[in-house]
Design a protein around this ligand. Structure first.
Ligand SMILES: NC(=O)c1ccc[n+]([C@@H]2O[C@H](COP(=O)([O-])OP(=O)(O)OC[C@H]3O[C@@H](n4cnc5c(N)ncnc54)[C@H](OP(=O)(O)O)[C@@H]3O)[C@@H](O)[C@H]2O)c1
Length: 275
């Protein structure tokens, strides 16, 4: 029997090392909310039944991570506009009437980290996104809303970048291409949304795509600079991993569930110190 009615979790695979339970517990302490938040590793093919079981056990909401964001989208009865545009969901809220609401907080999380935490404006900037998977999908709408001068998605599998171009064309000026099409081009902000860092790899792109002092931002995070951050250091000192985005997207999920916006700074600082 649980102590609280506020039962939440993150589902994904792998998810054992997720920082989300620590982040949500810290937010809950800050906001004096009694909360139970766990990490649940789900086998591929079992997402729907795992969500049903969680809900039957009193679960009120879920964060959803790799590889279930598209399934979470299909499972939700209603979607926020940003989830609709991304076609992917990272936040589920189980309503009292039995329906499920799906949202995607990745884009706003990235935006807050880059513009508020790192102080890098995106309006009128030339932005390059490397990768065309679930993470890229989730951030495109928020980036287009900033009205960049140029937004290019480059991907190893060119067709996936072209698909995203088609999907997001109605919302702004966006172009999809392959890595070799970037030759001779320069960008003010380069965002690594590939999973390459997970394998200790860097996308096959020349560091010449970075304008001097450009922001090189890796969605991945770790205890030390990611391979992408190291790759960028020859041309810029302005590099960041995605830890701030992780905390900011969690704060937005927290708001969707509890209607309160926690202070993210102390939580980011504590995680950086390894707390
Ligand atoms: N900080 C945060 O809060 C946050 C939030 C969401 C995601 N993320 C991170 O974002 C990353 C991407 O996640 P995702 O959900 O988008 O994964 P995904 O849907 O599996 O997509 C993976 C992408 O990476 C590309 N890729 C993989 N290995 C590569 C390599 N060696 N060289 C070049 N491209 C490579 C794939 O290209 P192909 O299409 O050619 O296969 C694809 O575009 C992960 O590291 C994830 O942890 C962070």
């Amino acid at each position: 029997m649980s102590r609280t009615e506020n039962i939440y979790a993150v589902m994904g695979n792998p998810v054992r090392h997720s920082k989300s339970p620590a982040i949500h517990s810290a937010f809950a302490r800050q906001c004096a909310i009694d909360l139970e938040y766990s990490a649940i590793e789900v086998e591929p093919g079992s997402f729907e039944s795992a969500v049903r079981a969680f809900r039957e056990a009193g679960g009120r909401g879920l964060n959803v991570t790799v590889p279930f964001k598209l399934e979470a989208y299909r499972l939700a009865d209603n979607h926020s506009v940003r989830a609709e545009q991304a076609g992917a969901v990272n936040t589920l809220r189980f309503e009292d009437d039995g329906l499920t609401y799906g949202d995607n907080t990745d884009g706003v999380g990235l935006l807050r980290d880059i513009t508020a935490n790192l102080g890098q404006p995106l309006v009128g900037q030339r932005i390059l996104i490397l990768g065309a998977g679930g993470a890229a999908r989730g951030i495109l709408d928020a980036l287009l809303e900033q009205e960049p001068r140029e937004l290019v998605i480059a991907n190893r599998t060119v067709a996936r970048a072209k698909d995203l171009e088609k999907l997001f064309r109605p919302f702004g000026d966006i172009r999809g291409c392959g890595f070799e099409d970037l030759r001779g081009k320069r960008f003010d902000v380069v965002i690594n949304a590939t999973a390459a860092s997970l394998q200790g790899d860097v996308p096959a792109v020349s560091e010449n795509v970075l304008e001097t002092d450009a922001l090189a931002y890796d969605l991945m995070y770790g205890d030390k600079p990611t391979p992408f951050m190291v790759w960028a250091q020859g041309r810029t000192t302005n590099t960041s991993d995605g830890l701030g985005m992780l905390v900011e997207q969690a704060a937005e999920s927290f708001f969707v569930w509890h209607g309160v916006r926690p202070d993210t700074q102390p939580v980011i600082e504590a995680l950086r110190k390894g707390a």
